[in-house]
Design a protein around this ligand. Structure first.
Ligand code: PNS
Length: 169
């Protein structure tokens, strides 16, 4: 059961490994649609992320500190359970291109089937970031390419340092 709340709460779930300007744009725009937007950072044990969930949470908190109604938390398990626990009914996702659509539709329909009280809304990514993904950023950074145009300035040195450590292994 979803707890009724007077606040309109949206949840933006994702891996955010690392957060990009594309994610930040979705956070900024969707935060204007809700009283509170919760960014949910997935703790995915199956994948080996570049950053731990706590590190990702801190990074997102840093770059969203200008948005007073945005909260950032990590979660594990099903997104629908996290969303329900937050007292929300709406999941926010960004859509970049038609290639995202099939996977996003499948997720939205699965989530809606598991929890009919929840809906997913999609924001089309700003054209400036239509090509951008965390995996592209990780790859460019790993090979020492410039990433300032992809991620917020505070995040750049953290990615650089993590890639340096990765190469030492
Ligand atoms: O940023 P991403 O990696 O595209 O985000 C994907 C995410 C975290 C939204 C998705 O993998 C997810 O919801 N994972 C949690 C497990 C779950 O609920 N799976 C069922 C949805 S089909």
């Amino acid at each position: 059961m979803i707890q009724e709340t007077t606040q309109k709460i949206g949840v933006y779930p994702g891996s955010f490994d690392p957060i990009t300007f594309g994610h930040l744009d979705i956070i900024e725009r969707s935060s204007r649609m809700f009283d509170k937007l919760v960014v949910g950072v997935l703790v995915n044990n199956a994948k080996k992320p570049l950053f731990s969930a706590d590190e990702r949470v801190r990074m997102i908190q840093n770059v969203t500190s200008h948005l007073p109604n945005v909260e950032v938390r990590s979660f594990s398990g099903l997104t629908v359970d996290f969303v329900k626990n937050e007292g929300a009914r709406v999941i926010v996702r960004g859509l970049r291109a038609i290639t995202d659509f099939e996977y996003e539709l499948q997720m939205a329909q699965t989530n809606h089937t598991m929890c009919p009280g929840l809906d997913t809304i999609f924001l089309t990514t700003d054209l400036r970031y239509a090509y951008l993904s965390s995996s592209i950023v990780r790859e460019v950074a790993y090979y020492d390419g410039k990433i300032d145009q992809f991620v917020p300035a505070e995040v750049v040195p953290l990615i650089r340092e993590r890639c340096r450590l990765l190469k030492q292994k």
